[in-house]
Design a protein around this ligand. Structure first.
Ligand SMILES: [Zn+2]
Length: 253
């Protein structure tokens, strides 16, 4: 008898395998990145139909295999169907999924925390009613995922001289992993000037949960939040062990 186990997992990507099956890459709460064989998932009336689509979160019963585990049962936890109804929601969700794919590992020791952050951002994006809400969810995701992965950007003090940033303009240095005083020279090719209000905005998003509505959430607009998303996107790409592919698509919108 093959060993079975259960875990919650979110689908990241799938490949066709033969006529009726798919191989699905998922991020699971208990084992980090996993690749599973989903038999019959291409059949329109199969028991896995719709459950192996991108971003769907399932509670799975998996059967251990020699090279790959097989999905024996899948019960939908959240299909995040609103994401698939909106292009903007799709793009930001694809970006978050790619971040998870690029940094995720098999048997990741932080898999439960990473899973929760990923689940929360998809939930927030799915339920957003405005573009700025979607972007703020994505920024919270960027900041929180960097925190777990050990690349937490420092916003309080200069990352070179450790002086408090306070109400001064500063620069975001990818090399130093956060803000630095304007007068420091670094080997970073690009240094982005940060207004003290932007620093406070990012710090607040870093420290608050996805469903908390801060003053910044109420006042933020796309003109301010999009450049913040872009800075963090570049920083994450700088730290990433793999190249991002969705970036080009995101830039095209
Ligand atoms: Zn300094």
């Amino acid at each position: 008898m093959r060993q079975k186990y259960t875990t919650n997992a979110i689908n990241l990507k799938s490949y066709d395998y033969g006529e009726a099956d798919k191989i699905v890459m998922m991020y699971s709460k208990d084992k980090g990145l996993i690749r599973c064989l989903a038999k019959g998932s291409k059949k329109p009336n199969g028991k896995l139909c719709g459950r192996m689509d991108m971003f769907v979160a399932n509670n799975l019963l998996l059967t251990k295999g020699k090279s790959m585990d097989t999905v024996s049962q899948a019960e939908i936890v959240n299909s995040f169907f609103r994401i698939r109804q909106n292009t903007e929601k799709m793009f930001y969700s694809i970006y978050c999924a790619e971040t998870i794919k690029n940094f995720g590992e098999e048997n990741d020791e932080n898999s439960d925390v990473i899973y929760d952050i990923f689940y929360s951002v998809l939930d927030r994006i799915s339920n957003s009613t405005t573009e700025v809400e979607i972007i703020l969810a994505a920024i919270r995701f960027q900041l929180k995922i960097m925190q777990v992965l050990g690349y937490n950007p420092e916003f309080n003090v200069c990352n070179v001289c450790r002086e408090k940033i306070g109400d001064n303009y500063s620069k975001f240095s990818f090399e130093h992993g956060g803000l630095i005083c304007l007068n420091h020279k670094t080997s970073d090719e690009k240094l982005l000037r940060i207004h003290p209000k932007i620093k406070d905005f990012l710090k607040t998003l870093q420290e608050t949960d996805f469903n908390i509505l801060t003053d910044y959430d109420k006042l933020a607009n796309v003109r301010v939040s999009k450049p913040c998303f872009d800075i963090l996107k570049e920083y994450i790409e700088h730290c990433s062990p793999k190249k991002f592919k969705s970036t080009k698509v995101l830039e095209a919108i």
